[in-house]
Design a binder for this molecule. Structure first.
Ligand SMILES: Nc1nc2c(c(=O)[nH]1)N[C@H]1C(S)=C(S)[C@@H](COP(=O)(O)OP(=O)(O)OC[C@H]3O[C@@H](n4cnc5c(N)ncnc54)[C@H](O)[C@@H]3O)O[C@H]1N2
Ligand code: MOO
Length: 383
């Protein structure tokens, strides 16, 4: 349902985590000329036995300006330009030199394998990274090496996170027995941080129509609004009626997922609202599978969905139930271990997990060694 936001041009050095809006096209070739891959001596390609006379030096930033004839060699550093006439490099470990006299040592031999050919990495005009790809450190280095100081990337969406519930307190040190700290808001903000331009947090908001309407009014300028709590069917679950009263259209309000059944998606103008369930693990799982892909898509990601791996299970797993189930677990060297704790309020188990295991409705029982589908929770769930 979502389309990427507009794009903007920004310095490559600040573009970490952004998604390219246009293909990254090389504006130069790398290397720009044939270079030596080793420290040693450049010689002519038809002059591999020596002896040679050393006639000069080619070093980084200061190439040799003459050319190499048969019987001649040029001292060369790693990364320095191969002079005209040079076609092979003798590494210095295989050379014996007295003044300008250079000879082969033992069974050493000059070779063109130590020459990095012009344009072998990329050539001027090559498409290096496609639109929709994320810029990480390697892509930033590549863009810079390819001659770019600016890149065209998707704008990041702005987010507003609303904690809803009478029982919630903002100060975690002040929760009485009938209360609990509002942990979902900070969690959702932390999960979303790499994909948003700014994140405003509102709440905790009481389970009252006027309070929720006030919160939506405060969120008026956010591209995406995410609520947690009050999404289910109880008497105090007012997020859906409040969204309707605010003028949003509900797209859907339940998914066949466990945890996370009471998940709502609504729209008002350009704003997209996700109503997540209140149970912390349910909020995490639905944010991982719905909120983060939405934010990545708005930011211009080509493949915004979390990437699944297929790994052997370490423990036996029952067959699928009536809803798609997401289990917390840990990837280990020889597979993934599902945790026994399935309660959707158990945050400690979530914090120990580095993977969510997906059990589809029609999944067969799995025995140790059977291959199952796993979403790695890299960087705390931002995969
Ligand atoms: N009769 C039914 N009861 C419930 C159903 C159902 O289908 N029928 N669904 C259950 C499921 S599944 C879930 S999940 C919860 C979700 O309900 P809500 O989204 O309405 O969430 P709340 O009732 O407001 O809260 C649930 C739980 O989570 C705690 N919570 C809420 N917000 C936060 C927050 N910001 N930070 C930390 N913890 C939060 C809240 O205190 C409750 O303990 O409904 C089931 N019930
Ligand atoms: O779906 Mo609820 O999210 O099972 O706890």
């Amino acid at each position: 349902m979502a389309e990427p936001l507009n794009s903007e041009s920004m310095p490559v050095s600040e573009a970490k985590g952004r998604y390219l809006a246009k293909p990254l096209v090389a504006q130069r070739s790398q290397p720009a000329a044939d270079l030596s891959a080793m420290d040693g001596y450049a010689v002519a390609s038809d002059d591999l036995s020596g002896p040679w006379r050393v006639i000069g030096e080619s070093k980084g930033g200061a190439p040799f300006t003459g050319s190499i004839a048969v019987g001649e060699a040029v001292r060369i550093s790693t990364g320095a330009l191969i002079p005209d006439g040079g076609g092979a490099v003798l590494i210095q470990e295989d050379a014996e030199r007295y003044d300008d006299d250079l000879r082969l040592l033992d069974d050493g031999k000059p070779t063109d394998r130590y020459i990095r050919r012009a344009g072998f990495d990329f050539e001027d005009g090559d498409i290096l990274v496609g639109p929709g790809e994320r810029l990480g450190p390697a892509q930033i280095a590549l863009a810079t090496a390819a001659g770019h100081s600016q890149v065209e990337v998707g704008k990041l969406p702005s987010l507003c996170v609303i904690d809803a519930g009478n029982e919630l307190v903002a100060d975690p040190g002040m929760a009485e027995t009938h209360q609990l700290p509002a942990s979902n808001g900070v969690m959702l903000a932390a999960m979303s941080a790499p994909f948003v331009s700014r994140c405003e947090r509102i709440g905790p908001v009481a389970d009252r129509m006027d309070a929720l309407l006030g919160a939506f009014a405060m969120a008026e300028s956010a591209d995406v609004i995410v609520t947690s709590g009050g999404a289910s069917v109880g008497d105090h679950d007012l997020v859906r009626p409040a969204l309707e009263a605010w003028g949003a259209e509900i797209d859907f309000r339940r998914v066949a997922m466990r945890p996370g059944k009471p998940l709502m998606v609504a729209q008002k103008g350009y704003q997209i609202v996700l109503g997540l369930p209140g149970n912390p693990v349910s909020a995490y799982v639905t944010a991982f599978l719905f909120l983060l892909p939405l934010l990545r898509r708005l930011a211009g990601a080509g493949s915004p969905l979390p990437h699944a791996l297929h790994l052997p299970t370490i423990v036996p797993l029952p067959g699928g139930g009536t809803r798609t189930e997401l289990l917390r677990g840990r990837m280990e060297a020889d597979g993934v271990r599902a945790f026994m704790q399935r309660d959707s309020s158990a945050l400690r188990t979530l914090a120990r997990a580095n993977a969510l295991i997906r059990r589809d409705v029609d999944a067969d029982e799995a025995m140790p060694g059977d291959i199952i589908t796993v979403y790695p929770l890299q960087y705390g769930g931002n995969a």
